[in-house]
Design a protein around this ligand. Structure first.
Ligand SMILES: Nc1nc2c(ncn2[C@@H]2O[C@H](COP(=O)(O)OP(=O)(O)OP(=O)(O)O)[C@@H](O)[C@H]2O)c(=O)[nH]1
Length: 301
């Protein structure tokens, strides 16, 4: 560090699917997700995790993927992405050490540059435990060429932990001096219900094709302590789809698929909350919810 001033700010990881963004987030934040419902005025974005060090605090924020803005939802998501890209202090483009730079990487870089020309950019070469020194050197040169000479490029392995702390230092140096935004110990401020809905949505989409993701929304209707028991929660959730045919897909033959989804999601939520839950899932058709501002509001978009 160039001085001893505490620094804090917002970071967002972008990159193609499977480039190691989530694994790196977990490596930076640590395993435990502490949930609180405090939400300071400093951000409207979903926080994935907070990295606390004695010299800095980095707040890792999420962006939804970019969409072709064909629907109102697509437009709102793109607006959200644009806001996030322009409001964070640093955007990190993740590219794996063991894959050639491709059109997907260039497209994302292009979007970032267009949407947020002023935001600082850092290249992260991920999964370096998978490549030889020579291959890594070549990849660093390639990524550096892609991003231009002003951008720093940092190689890391989230799996071995190699260089992860160096990355924290480099990111911290790019932040303005300032106090921590969150008290120590708070790792994410995402409301519990959003996380629960996300886990259910993830389980429901597992193994399905491309069409459904944009048509499925999950709303937590009710969370209640089981009467007479303080170690069990009843969680009622609604899965909204746009068409009756999609309802059939989600539910599966004789309800089998939905039961499986329930089991997977329940285990995840129990891990998250550290308590037993009973998970009740229902599927509803809300025709064209993506195009209807009222329904979008209700579904949290
Ligand atoms: N060997 C190795 N594997 C890694 C590393 N980081 C991630 N992976 C693996 O790469 C795969 C993708 O990692 P993710 O963290 O899910 O990637 P992502 O970019 O978050 O993917 P999306 O959520 O699809 O955007 C997983 O199988 C990880 O286990 C790493 O540092 N080393």
């Amino acid at each position: 560090m160039t001085d001893s001033e505490f620094r804090s700010g917002f970071v967002c990881f972008v990159g193609r699917p499977n480039t190691g963004k989530s694994t790196l987030t977990n490596a930076l934040v640590g395993e435990k997700i502490a949930i609180t419902s405090s939400r300071p005025q400093t951000t409207r974005h979903t926080i994935r995790g907070i990295v606390h060090r004695d010299f800095a605090q980095l707040i890792l924020v999420d962006t939804p993927g970019l969409h072709r803005p064909r629907t109102l939802l697509g437009q709102r998501l793109n607006d959200l992405v644009r806001d996030t890209y322009s409001e964070v202090d640093v955007i990190c483009l993740c590219i794996p050490g063991d894959e050639k730079i491709g059109p997907g990487d260039r497209w994302i870089l292009d979007q970032v540059r267009r949407m947020a020309p002023k935001t600082k950019l850092v290249g992260i070469v991920t999964k370096i435990d998978k490549v030889s020194k020579d291959a890594l050197a070549a990849q660093l040169v390639a990524v550096s060429k892609l991003l231009g000479s002003e951008a720093e490029v940092i190689p890391v392995s989230a799996v071995s932990g190699e260089q992860v702390e160096l990355l924290v230092k480099v990111l911290a140096e790019l932040m303005e001096p300032g106090p921590a935004f969150y008290p120590d110990g708070e790792l994410t401020d995402e409301p519990e219900e959003t996380l629960m809905a996300e886990l259910i949505r993830e389980a429901a989409l597992e193994g399905l094709g491309d069409e459904l993701p944009h048509s499925l929304a999950v709303v937590i209707e009710e969370v209640r302590e089981r009467e007479g028991r303080d170690d069990m929660l009843d969680v009622h959730a609604l899965l909204y789809v746009e068409r009756p045919s999609q309802k059939g897909i989600v539910i599966g033959k004789g309800g089998r698929r939905l039961r499986e989804v329930g089991t997977v999601a329940r285990k995840q939520i129990e891990k998250l909350l550290g308590t037993k839950i009973y998970l009740d899932l229902h599927v509803k058709v809300a025709k064209d919810w993506q195009r209807d501002p009222k329904q979008l509001g209700r579904l949290g978009f």
